[in-house]
Design a protein around this ligand. Structure first.
Ligand code: SF4
Length: 617
């Protein structure tokens, strides 16, 4: 370990590149299903660069073959300490299949978009790592393994599966944002210590070694026999999610998976240290011949300002991965990155995003928790923002940050493309905050993206999102502000179809809202139940684990397609399904309105086409 070593331009992915750096061995090898992108939005780069900054020599074995004797596994030598395995930036089943379980043809996280990542890549790569590097500890982590740290419902196979730690037969599973835990793994192994009992990890022990005071959760076998026990597991994971929490113990046959409590939230100095690393903001040059990594482009000139989310939307697993506490970078660190972007030879003056999981949560905190007082026992944002949130102060801080980035020499545009919580753009007096004015005036890249997610309040309640009228009020004021400012900036909405709690009537309610606006988004998100989430429990049990209310769960392919068609109602292929849905719901009034709207739409399209021909002539 040598902390005086200069950082590599790129971490090596071959023995020749190691030699060029003067390295005769590796300390840590990171295996990932993605192509290597040296950018802070890619976990393998952040972990690799962080370990490098602490003096470790790290190699990246990206996109390895799945054949046991694949030559690619010999690209790098066995490391001195351990092999870290991640499926990639997102989970391998989502990169390989659509929500309707159809095989995808492009993997945007791999060179040239070529497919080839194995299903449940964490399991496949761990087996290959064991084969090629026998005797070395294998540590798994990332967005595939983390939320599958305990027994979980697998949407793709529609059955309960064991913890991914058990199925992968790895030595340790790191959950959550892994920099500090992975560093501790390296330090312990360096000192010849065991990896047992580490915060932010899961390990497998014998029943006799379960620590006293551990909270026992339903075993894999009990969950298999009674899926309603997922509700109990959901509450245990949710409640034991703080540094002071208890260890969770889940039996799988003759073994027990222990989930140790998380580390304390990273301090501002620590978060800065993760992002101040010498990233090249490029895919590894070895991938240039294949056309690079497409997933880099949308984020290449973006700045990540924080981690964590206080929103707790039912369908989202960010809280279970990044945590509920917002861990923000300092102004100085963000501005340093903005200045570094402007120094890049191919930067054209536009920072595409200054945000995080929810952009306007940078610096957000709770007055009570910060004083060590108990939570009010409600939700932070639903049905409305909790009075303990430091909303006004946070909003001013974020506004100031955006202004400073905007004023950085060499920056022409500083946009916010991450999701914005519109219910957090109002002060306690109900008026829109000055941040909103600045967003509209300076930071909307032509279209403002908002995620009301649905138009039915019943569905929104199941999603733990604000009522639709909150969106409608904001929408009206946004349009007025754009009109006053002379800005032609449309709203782009994101909706989810097929979410538990969406009946045909709910889907038609959303359709009516869209018809009123003559709006039909091109993209619609189809619901996938992500492990550990409230919506996953809703999907499996048909009950909301928070309220115990029974919910309708759209399960059949035709019902989901119908819900999608009602949102994408202008698409020609949607017509039959929309008509079927309206007939089934007994809504001839809406059927007539739909047909009139389609006729007007077709007429407009014909007029546009003929005016194009006139122009050509
Ligand atoms: S007091 Fe309010 S803002 Fe603070 S954690 Fe509880 S619900 Fe969230």
């Amino acid at each position: 370990m040598n902390t005086n070593r200069s950082p590599a331009d790129f971490l090596p992915r071959t023995r020749a590149q190691m030699r060029a750096l003067g390295w005769d061995e590796l300390d840590v090898l990171i295996v990932t299903g993605d192509g290597y992108v040296d950018h802070p939005s890619f976990g393998h780069a952040v972990i690799g660069r962080y370990l490098e900054s602490k003096g470790y020599r790290v190699g990246i074995l990206d996109c390895p073959e799945t054949e046991p004797e694949g030559e690619g596994w010999k690209r790098l030598p066995p490391p001195r300490l351990f092999v870290g395995v991640t499926a990639g930036t997102i989970d391998s089943m989502v990169t390989n299949y659509t929500a309707s379980k159809k095989k995808r043809s492009i993997d945007v996280y791999r060179p040239g978009g070529a497919m080839g990542r194995p299903n449940r890549a964490t399991i496949a790569y761990t087996a290959l790592a064991r084969h090629h590097f026998p005797g070395l500890p294998v540590v798994v982590g990332g967005l595939e393994a983390g939320p599958r740290r305990l027994a979980y419902f697998d949407y793709w196979e529609e059955k309960l599966r064991r913890s991914m730690l058990v199925d992968a037969k790895a030595d340790l599973l790191v959950w959550g944002m892994g920099e500090r835990a992975v560093l501790e793994v390296a330090q312990r192994l360096e000192r010849g210590e065991s990896l047992t009992g580490m915060r932010g990890t899961c390990e497998i022990v014998k029943p006799a070694d379960v620590p006293e005071g551990a909270r026992v959760v339903p075993s894999f076998e009990e969950l298999q026999a009674d899926q309603d026990k997922l509700i109990e597991l959901f509450h245990a994971v949710r409640e034991e999610n703080a540094p002071s929490s208890r260890v969770l113990a889940q039996t799988h046959g003759a073994r027990v998976v222990l989930q140790h409590p998380p580390l304390a939230p990273a301090s501002q100095a620590e978060v800065d240290s993760f992002y101040d690393l010498p990233f090249q903001r490029a895919s590894h040059p070895d991938h240039d011949a294949a056309g690079g990594i497409a997933a880099l482009e949308p984020v290449r000139w973006s700045i990540n300002t924080h981690r964590g989310c206080m929103a707790d939307c039912s369908f989202c697993s960010i809280t279970f991965h990044q945590g509920r506490t917002i861990q923000s970078r300092s102004e100085e660190s963000v501005l340093k990155e903005a200045a570094a972007l402007t120094a890049s030879h191919d930067f054209r003056g536009t920072i595409t995003d200054i945000g995080g999981p929810t952009a306007n949560m940078w610096g957000l905190g709770c007055k009570l928790l910060e004083k060590g007082e108990p939570c009010l026992g409600r939700d932070c944002l639903t049905p409305d923002p909790c009075p303990a949130l430091r909303l006004d102060k946070t909003s001013e801080g974020y506004r100031r940050l955006l202004g400073l980035v905007r004023g950085t020499k060499g920056v022409k545009h500083a946009f916010v493309s991450s999701g914005i919580r519109y219910d957090m753009l109002r002060g306690r007096d109900g008026k829109l905050l000055p941040l909103h004015h600045d967003l509209v005036a300076h930071h909307v890249p032509g279209r403002m993206k908002l995620a009301p997610e649905h138009g039915s309040d019943a569905t929104l309640a199941a999603m733990n999102k604000p009522r639709f009228e909150v969106y409608e009020q904001y929408e009206a004021e946004y349009k007025e502000e754009c009109r006053t400012a002379g800005k032609d900036q449309h709203l782009v909405n994101y909706f989810i179809v097929g979410h538990p709690g969406t009946s045909l009537e709910d889907a038609i309610l959303l359709f009516e809202k869209l018809l009123e606006r003559n709006y039909s988004p091109e993209q619609v998100q189809e619901f996938i139940p992500l492990p550990m989430t409230r919506a996953c429990v809703q999907f499996v049990t048909g009950k909301d684990p928070m309220t115990f209310a029974e919910l309708h769960v759209p399960r059949g392919e035709r019902e989901r397609r119908m819900q999608k068609a009602l949102v994408r109602w202008k698409a020609p292929e949607s017509r039959v399904l929309v008509e079927e849905a309206l007939e089934r719901a007994g809504r001839p009034d809406l059927l007539a309105r739909f047909q009139r709207a389609l006729t007007s739409q077709r007429r407009r399209e014909r007029d546009d086409e003929s005016s194009d021909l006139d122009t050509c002539g």
